[in-house]
Design a protein around this ligand. Structure first.
Ligand SMILES: [Zn+2]
Length: 461
């Protein structure tokens, strides 16, 4: 295999200038899902790149932005699924960009522009991986399906419905794709789980209208009532006090704990990077990566009430609102946690508080011991020359449950972007070394899967 990896890396090195130029054209086409700017034109452009690679491609409309779906390779009962998203975050604030967000520019080994890392560059690495594979080995010996959505940055509202509606079309054996970032040290990484989400908006109303704060002596305050409610939700240690909140939390397996404990860890650096004084204790200690992987959260995302402008205004607030995001771990579900949250309010005398919730979605986790994890790990080690850091789960939430829960396939995320990519922020960039490694990794994964599935006719692998 080593010779093959060499050949793959050489081919990537030879052609990377052209790949980056093509990626630049994709970045140049805005595709802001929040506003809709350029999204359908970007879908067309992406589809044209895919067709040029011999991928049979179709753009599927959804109730929101379209899904670009493509497939290539023979039907042999084994299928690799590659997910990605071609939509991007809004580029604001524009004046903080050193070069315009949709005019990609290379500086210091990085390609700057909105979507370079999140997710156009990472998605594109998989397309170029196929190109390299075909150049060196011919047609892939199994089917590869590319499923690229246009709404990830607004919470993938139509991705799950699309997959459920087109289940047969989307079926496969394993999903391997790229998002997020590799380790701060530059070491490659594997991400095997994401958190689920329940998003709530609470409104407390005590009076018909704000009034003079002298009346605070006799009338109730919505602000006080809201903070009293919030203080019942969580202890200072980080432990959530909603009854039954942890009932369905799946205890981490020994191999998952081992993986988390092997992640290079410098608590002082983490505190310094965030300007924080301490790490939360949670249920089992302060290990940052352990808690990111295995602890669900109940976070106050924002509170509004009364007067918060300049100077003083003595007012008794009639209304107070808070937004709460609850990140879930396997096997919690948004529906069950919502029920427990409402029970908690009732039990504490807050059942008159208005609770609005968004749809929510499930957490995901692929076992560390899954054979496809072992395979991907070996490929990365060979291509990057370094063992990947294994994350059984990370704090982020996303649509990976569509693969693990709806399609019932292992879901493995191999990030090709660096930790300083500044995604969602001004001056987003893609580290070109990561991109190059990414293209090579993607090509090598196709090769190694072909060997694993016994489909290489040339007897190699
Ligand atoms: Zn993003």
């Amino acid at each position: 295999m080593s010779q093959e990896i060499d050949a793959i890396k050489k081919s990537v090195r030879r052609n990377k200038g052209r790949y980056i130029q093509e990626l630049g054209e994709l970045v140049r086409q805005p595709s802001v899902s929040t506003t809709g700017e350029g999204v359908s034109r970007c879908a067309e452009l992406l589809a044209s790149y895919m067709r040029a690679l011999g991928i049979s491609t179709h753009i599927y409309p959804t109730a929101g932005h379209p899904v670009v779906f493509g497939e290539t390779g023979p039907d042999v009962g084994k299928t690799l699924l590659v997910y990605g998203h071609y939509d991007v975050q809004p580029p604001d604030p524009l004046d903080e960009w050193q070069s315009p967000p949709f005019e990609p520019q290379i500086r210091n080994g990085k390609l700057y522009g909105r979507g370079t890392s999140d997710n156009k560059g990472q998605l594109f690495a998989h397309l170029k991986g196929l190109e390299v594979y075909k150049e060196l080995f011919g047609e892939p010996p199994f089917k590869i399906k590319y499923i690229f959505e246009g709404e990830e940055e607004i919470g993938s509202p139509h991705f799950e419905p699309f997959v459920v509606e087109h289940k047969e079309l989307c079926e496969g054996s394993v999903a391997i794709f790229s998002d997020s970032h590799y380790h701060e040290s530059g070491r490659p990484a594997l991400i095997l789980g994401l958190k689920g989400m329940l998003y709530l908006e609470l409104t407390v109303r005590e009076l018909a209208a704000d009034c003079h704060s002298m009346k605070a002596a006799a009338l109730p305050s919505a602000a006080w009532r809201l903070v009293t409610l919030l203080s019942t939700l969580k202890g200072e240690d980080g432990v959530v006090k909603i009854e039954g909140f942890y009932d369905r939390v799946r205890p981490p397996l020994p191999e998952e704990i081992e993986a988390v404990e092997s992640i290079p860890y410098d608590p002082e650096a983490i505190l310094k990077a965030h300007g924080a004084k301490k790490l939360l204790v949670n249920r089992s200690g302060t290990n940052y990566y352990h808690n990111m992987a295995f602890e669900p959260t109940c976070n106050i995302a924002g509170i509004v009430s009364g007067y918060t402008g300049k100077g003083s205004k003595t007012v008794l607030p009639a209304e107070a609102r808070a937004k709460i995001d609850i990140r879930l771990v396997p096997d919690q579900t948004p529906g069950d946690i919502l029920e427990k949250f409402l029970d908690h309010l009732k039990k504490h005398g807050f059942d008159d508080v208005e609770v609005r919730h968004e749809q929510g979605f499930l957490p995901s986790r692929t076992p560390v011991t899954d054979p496809y994890v072992t395979l991907t790990r070996a490929v990365i080690t060979e291509v990057w020359g370094q063992e990947p850091v294994i994350h059984p789960g990370i704090g982020g939430a996303g649509p990976n449950y569509v693969f693990t829960d709806r399609l019932r396939v292992p879901c493995i995320v191999v990030p090709f972007a660096a930790a300083d990519q500044a995604n969602h922020a001004p001056n987003e960039s893609l580290d070109l070394r990561g991109f190059e490694m990414g293209v090579a990794t993607s090509a090598a994964v196709i090769r190694k899967l072909g060997a694993y599935w016994g489909l290489l006719s040339d007897g190699q692998g």
